[in-house]
Design a protein around this ligand. Structure first.
Ligand code: ADP
Length: 602
């Protein structure tokens, strides 16, 4: 039994291609999730941590009352008078701990959900990018960023709740208690809080760029490392492990410099805030001590103020201790959002409709295109292909054959002209529907590190087993798949490494059979096959071509000589076109090429 691939309807619907990206700054991005249902969990988290902090902050008060009751005469009165304070103290001890624990569990559960939702959304958005984006960004770095971003949001929200909310609640309760116990201290305490908050907010603002730099340098290191590991074979064959390590060093040095810069800045901020808070709290304690000695403050109130001071100092310290982690993750999230959520280059037009194939006519009309480095590949290029016509594209390397195919699949935006399929401009149909109608067997087929059956099924995940096997038989894959102990369940290795080049190409051909698309592109589809394998699947390819519009690129002319028309491209222009026989009669570049290949065979 072949394992079935996930069905489309099991998967959360993605917004249409080119939908506006979510906001690209960390707080606006988190707010986007708050609007999308995260408000209740975050309010719940803030509530739990507030209750826990409130219970904790009440402990000094109850302890103060207990001491006051013990030290105020008459001390020999009914000992039961201390019981309520003692009970309250125990309740707050236990309650504070329990609510902190509840907060941790609830936060973990909800923030894990958030992390996975973010990952899902970013992963979906990433796949909407055009090829140019993937050419400019190393894939290892992208994956690492998506994984880390969810973690970063988790850490940031947790930090805000367990440090900022906690400290705010603590300050609020402390103020209330000071008003109660030592009203003279209220003004200095208020001034301290304003100065403290202003310094913290001002410096935090300034660290954002340093944090983003840190994340970027770290991502560069990962991208380079993944690139190196992906090409392990080349590294080995040129014995370049030492070279690889050496070229990593400048990147690691840049990461180190950025890390240190951030760490030193954060440390300076931490020390400033700590000196400020410890200095103030020591002064507060001294004032209370003087009042207690002078007898204007009870011993109980003194104990309360002292303990509160210690508690606030400890919380401020923990806020500072976690500050570096906070900024590190802030930078990671910020850098990820900028990279992953960059605008999509290819977007569906607002009125985009699914492409409807009636016959499969393809026409390039006055198309001009360059890759952006200024060198034009096509200038005012036109070519019409009739429904069901099979066209061979030949020409020297660099003539623009593959680019033409990429433009047909709308992988790049072209400067002018249009490409029309059955009367519909491809820029006005949805990108997915365009790909649904075009099957391509590329020169170097991409194979997933999954089972061979999942690889074939990729073109139609819900295809029944019988059709997968039928497609494999037509592409002459069945023989080599069946000969493996695991059969269709064999895992083919990264990039199909456990298959030969010819086997990979046959899997790609089987995929195309299964896709059954009306337009077929063969880009050197048989280039990796030995003569025997090629002979085996030529019949299969002929069957595949039946009733479809075909564009086949080939260097080996024998593989396309039988097609309806051959178009010879040279530097982005049509140099010659006609049937094989016509072109031989003309005696132009095609005829010369044919001669050179000694009748089509090298
Ligand atoms: P062919 O398939 O006929 O060998 P291509 O279509 O691959 O030719 O390339 C046409 C021209 O475009 C070449 O000059 C090539 O260097 C250039 N080219 C191809 N891909 C890119 C790219 N991604 N970025 C910049 N230039 C490219």
């Amino acid at each position: 039994m072949l394992p079935s691939a996930p069905r489309d309807d099991d998967i959360i619907e993605l917004p249409p291609q080119g939908s506006p990206a979510p906001p690209r700054t960390p707080f606006r991005y988190i707010a986007h999730y708050l609007r999308a249902g995260l408000v209740v969990p975050v309010v719940g988290m803030a509530l739990l941590i507030s209750i826990s902090t409130a219970l904790e902050t009440l402990q000094p008060y109850f302890l103060g009352q207990l001491i006051g009751t013990l030290t105020n005469p008459p001390t020999d009165a009914d000992p039961a008078r201390v019981v309520p304070w003692f009970a309250a103290l125990c309740t707050t001890w236990l309650g504070g701990y329990l609510f902190a624990h509840l907060y941790n569990s609830y936060a973990h559960m909800k923030l894990t959900d958030l992390r996975l939702r973010m990952q899902d959304e970013m992963f979906g958005y990433l796949h909407g990018h055009a090829p140019r984006y993937f050419m400019d960004n190393a894939s290892g770095g992208l994956v690492q960023k998506i994984r880390q971003a969810g973690n970063a949001a988790h850490v940031i929200i947790d930090y805000l709740c367990s440090n900022i909310v906690r400290l705010s609640v603590m300050f609020a309760i402390t103020i209330t208690m000071i008003v109660n116990q030592a009203p003279d201290m209220l003004l200095p305490f208020g001034i301290f809080m304003i100065v403290f908050t202003a310094i913290a907010a001002f410096t935090a603002q300034r660290f954002r760029h340093a944090a983003k730099d840190t994340a970027k340098t770290a991502a560069d290191v990962v991208a380079r490392m993944v690139d190196s590991v992906t090409n392990w074979d080349v590294v080995r064959s040129f014995a370049r492990a030492v070279y690889e390590r050496a070229t990593m060093r400048p990147l690691s040095a840049a990461e180190r410099a950025a890390q240190l810069k951030l760490r030193f800045s954060v440390s300076a901020m931490r020390v400033t805030l700590h000196i400020l808070s410890v200095g103030f709290l020591a002064w507060l304690a001294w004032q209370s001590l003087e009042s207690a000695v002078a007898g204007t403050m009870t011993v109980g109130a003194f104990a309360t103020v002292m303990m509160l001071s210690f508690m606030v100092a400890t919380s401020i310290r923990s806020l500072g201790d976690n500050l570096f982690v906070y900024f590190e993750y802030y930078g990671i999230l910020s850098e990820t959002l900028t990279t992953i959520l960059a605008g999509h280059e290819i977007v569906d037009a607002p009125d985009a409709k699914p492409l409807r194939i009636t016959g499969g006519a393809v026409s390039f009309e006055h198309v001009s295109f360059s890759y952006g480095d200024g060198t034009p590949v096509f200038i005012d290029f036109s070519l019409s292909i009739q429904p069901g016509e099979r066209v061979g594209l030949v020409g020297p390397s660099g003539a623009g054959k593959s680019t033409l195919i990429k433009l047909l699949r709308r992988q790049f935006t072209f400067e002018s002209g249009r490409i029309v399929i059955d009367g519909q401009d491809i820029t006005h149909v949805s990108w997915d529907s365009l790909h649904d109608c075009v099957a391509e067997v590329p020169q170097n087929p991409s194979i997933f590190h999954r089972s061979v059956s999942e690889n074939i099924r990729y073109s139609r995940p819900d295809a029944p087993e019988s059709e997968v096997i039928a497609a494999a038989k037509l592409a002459h894959c069945h023989e080599f798949i069946a000969s493996r102990p695991e059969g269709y369940d064999s895992i083919v290795g990264e990039k199909g490494m456990k298959l030969s080049g010819g086997e990979r190409q046959r899997v790609a051909i089987a995929r195309a059979f299964l896709k059954n698309a009306p337009i077929l592109i063969l880009d050197e589809a048989t280039s990796s096959l030995d003569s025997e394998a090629e002979h085996l699947i030529q019949d299969g390819l002929l069957t595949l071509m039946k009733g479809r519009t075909v564009i086949a690129i080939a260097h080996r002319l024998s593989t396309i000589a039988h097609l309806d028309r051959i178009v010879v491209l040279d530097r982005g222009r049509i140099a010659e076109q006609g049937t094989h026989r016509e072109l031989l009669e003309v005696g132009g570049s095609y005829a010369k090429l044919w001669q050179r290949q000694a009748g089509g065979f090298m």
